[in-house]
Design a protein around this ligand. Sequence first.
Ligand SMILES: Cc1ncc(COP(=O)(O)O)c(C=O)c1O
Length: 445
Amino acid sequence: MTDAGASPSVRRLSAWDAAELQTLVDDYGSPLYVLDLERVRQNYRRLAAAFPEADILYAVKANALGAVLSALREEGAGLECASAGEVQRALAAGASGSEVHYTAVNPPARDLDWIVDTWADHPELTVTAGSEDTIDRLADRGYDGRLCLRVNPGIGAGHHEKVQTGAAAKFGVPAERAVDVLEDAADRGFDVVGIHSHVGSGVSNDQLDAHREFVARMGDLAREVSEEVGDLEFVDVGGGFGVPYHEDEAPLDLESVAEATREALGEVDARLAIEPGRYFVADAGVLLTDVNTVKAARDTTVVGVDAGMTTLIRPAMYDAYHPIRNLTGDLDADEREIVPQTVAGPICESGDVFCADRELPATERGDTLAIGNAGAYGYEMANQYNSRPRPASVVCEDGDIRLARRRETVDYVTRPEREAHNGSETDRKTDDHPAVSDTDNQRVR
Ligand SMILES: Cc1ncc(COP(=O)(O)O)c(C=O)c1O
């Protein structure tokens, strides 16, 4: 799918082989996610070369496909998980406890129950707590293992206000309280190993100043914690490394980001940790979708496709730009007229559009479109709204192509409902994780 030897800092949609993509959609159907594992590895290696001194974790939430986790583990990445489910997937991909960080954000009781049970078999697991309350709930369950504190340094950045986490009240303990909280945790027997924060997602070259300020605050805090509380193993400054979604956008200048990070952090007696997600997988993935309708609207031409906001929600949720290419037009080498087009999905929502009035080669019913940079937060955020089954995913590596996740069916979507009708009383609380304890409720009562 790509030139395995070269590792350009950006891989544009135009670099994908149109004939190969067309074959995939012919073989596996539409819509279809395609992920190139060679590109995932290239992205990892470039980042690791820029940050040779850092511990690198992969933020699983960007794309939790087992093949991705295995490939990145092989490259040397640890796995940062946002839920018990992601930890389960990390362990299933062969990760040891020491490779896994679980970042608890308002964690449901069933997550904490499962994590603490799992910790018994994986005592090297690290739990990152973002509130004193979470630390209490861990203690109530008997957890006194490796603890990292997520702090809120009061500065955020990122491609959209909804992903600027560093100053959002929801995330982390206010940095000015961190020393007290960690002192208390250490007194209670927790193994305090790190501090953590994540400034936001999709940080670009022009937000380097915010990144610098954010890292500087983390460096200051690390020095204070080392002095007041004790040695730290690591300072985790999160992920957020942006990728160029627009065709004419420059890629992130990794060397400048790495240099700014080092400078801003200053001397700390702890390892630097980073946990990017998007950077590894975004340009390794495309979404293929067939055109089913072409309609002249009042001011534009509407191109109806079979993928929608349920398949790739980023445009609807963040007004995110994704490049779009007409594979059929490219393969036919047609001289198609360039006209403004609105590419829209089949979901009954006005927000279900991938682009509005974009200048694209005239589309015909039956064409296949490729939507670029779809490897991060694409399938992971897909859902079944309008009773739409989620699409299939294929992965490619070394010329090998395989189905990594089959297409869902309507039968699959409706199964939990049928099972509820057929189920017994004991099914009421059933979920993937072992029995839900009442630990939290006992404390509150
Ligand atoms: C705690 C944490 N770490 C890492 C990431 C990864 O961010 P990105 O994919 O932008 O690198 C996120 C994204 O939401 C996050 O919340």
